[in-house]
Write a protein that binds this ligand. Structure first.
Ligand SMILES: [Zn+2]
Length: 67
C-alpha cells in the first residue's frame, strides 16, 4: 500500500524506511504517525479559520470605508 511522506508529502511505499523524494527517515511508529495526522488536520482547520477571519475583517474594513 502506498502512503504519503510525512515531510514532503510525496507518495511513497509504506514499507520504505526512507522517502525516495526527500531521503528522510519515514519509519515513524504508528502512534506518532497518528498524532502527526491529527496535528495536520488541526493545522488545516486553524488555517481555514484564519482565512475566514481575514475575510471577515476585510469585509468589515470595506464597510467602514464606505460609510
Ligand atoms: Zn519525503
Amino acid at each position: 500500500m502506498a502512503e504519503n511522506c510525512f515531510f514532503c508529502n510525496a507518495a511513497k511505499d509504506e514499507q520504505a524506511a526512507v522517502c525516495p523524494a526527500c531521503s528522510r527517515d519515514t519509519a515513524v511508529p504508528a502512534p506518532l504517525a497518528a498524532e502527526h495526522q491529527a496535528l495536520l488536520q488541526k493545522r488545516d482547520r486553524l488555517r481555514a479559520e484564519l482565512i475566514e477571519a481575514k475575510a471577515r475583517l476585510a469585509s468589515r474594513r470595506r464597510k467602514s470605508a464606505n460609510a
